[in-house]
Every structure is written in structure tokens, then in C-alpha cells.
Design a protein around this ligand. Structure first.
Ligand SMILES: [Zn+2]
Ligand SMILES: [Zn+2]
Length: 181
């Protein structure tokens, strides 16, 4: 899963790779569920390289409402510049803002394509993945998946101001002896 930069001899170098899903492993955010196809045009400019292209695969995510896993066919356009690692640690030759996500570093004449794929899938990940827009989530009372079953729990919204009044009644009212003040 490495790109040997010594193989990049022309200004524009085509790369096509396929990785098995197992090569990418899983992550707290997602699991790669299908082989990854990676197509790149590698452009060399001195010791800097631009990688342009796309990757496609299927990613398994967990729905943020119902917690069920679901598969998302995913295609990500890639546009990343790689600089030699030393310029990041040297005399401040380049000032690179942390938030500039299109800059990466290579060392030992190699680019870690697996790291590139993982990073790109992270950037493409939604903050709140949903199995479907209308996912009804889990019942907050019994935990049933409301996409699959209708439970009989009372989940009607209660005005919190009345909730405060109710608990006041519970502590002072007829459900037990009044508290001594
Ligand atoms: Zn869901
Ligand atoms: Zn319920």
C-alpha cells in the first residue's frame, strides 16, 4: 500500500491500485466493507508531489439514531500535495497551517497510500451518519428500534417547567411524608 516515488519519473504518472478491505482495517468511525479502488495522477514538481484522482469503496457506518450498521457506497475526489517530511520539521521553510488538510508529508521516498485512503474517508465522513433521513431512532424509554417495532412507551414531550412542579409535588405532596424543613 505504498507508492514508491522513485517510480515517478515523468511529470504525470498514472497509478491504479486496488486494496482489499482487510488492508484498511476499521476505525472507531467506520469500517471499510469492500475493496478500495484508487486511481491517481501523480504530478512531480521537484521534491513535491500532487496526487489527484479518486477512490471508491463501500464504508460501513453506525447510524447515530438507531445505532444499526449500514453500508454507504463512497467515492471521494482526491487532491493532496505531498512535501518531503524534513520541510515540516526544519527551519520553518514552509509555514503550514494545521487546518490545511490538503497538505501531507512523505518520507523515505514513499507515500503511504493506506494512510491517504483512511484520511480521505475520514474527511468525507458525515458528522451524524443516518441509515436513512427518516430514521426514527431508539425509544428513549425501552430502547426498541422504532424503525422495526412500535412500543407502547409514553415518550410525549413534557414541558420541563411542569416537570419541576411535578417533582416538587412528589417531594412535598401526597406520595409520602412531607420533608421536615
Ligand atoms: Zn438509523
Ligand atoms: Zn419504548
Amino acid at each position: 500500500m505504498r507508492l514508491d516515488l522513485r517510480d515517478v519519473r515523468s511529470p504525470s504518472h498514472a497509478v491504479e491500485r486496488a486494496f482489499p478491505a482487510s488492508a484498511l482495517g476499521s476505525d472507531e468511525a467506520f469500517t471499510v466493507a469492500a475493496p478500495v479502488a484508487l486511481t491517481l495522477d501523480v504530478r512531480k514538481d521537484g521534491d513535491k508531489y500532487s496526487l489527484l484522482g479518486r477512490l471508491s469503496t463501500t464504508v460501513r457506518r453506525e447510524c447515530c439514531r438507531c445505532l444499526e450498521p449500514f453500508d454507504v457506497p463512497t467515492t471521494v475526489d482526491i487532491d493532496v500535495r505531498y512535501l518531503p517530511h524534513r520541510v515540516n520539521t526544519g527551519e520553518g521553510e514552509y509555514e503550514i497551517a494545521d487546518e490545511d488538510l490538503s497538505i501531507a508529508f512523505y518520507r523515505d521516498d514513499e507515500i503511504d497510500l493506506g494512510g491517504l485512503v483512511r484520511e480521505q474517508l475520514h474527511l468525507a465522513a458525515p458528522m451524524k451518519p443516518l441509515c436513512e433521513d427518516g430514521c426514527r431512532g431508539l425509544c428513549p424509554v425501552c430502547g426498541a428500534n422504532r424503525n422495526r417495532e412500535a412500543c407502547a412507551c409514553d415518550t410525549a414531550w413534557r414541558d420541563p417547567r411542569f416537570e419541576a412542579l411535578r417533582s416538587f409535588r412528589r417531594t412535598t405532596g401526597d406520595e409520602g411524608p412531607a420533608r421536615k424543613v
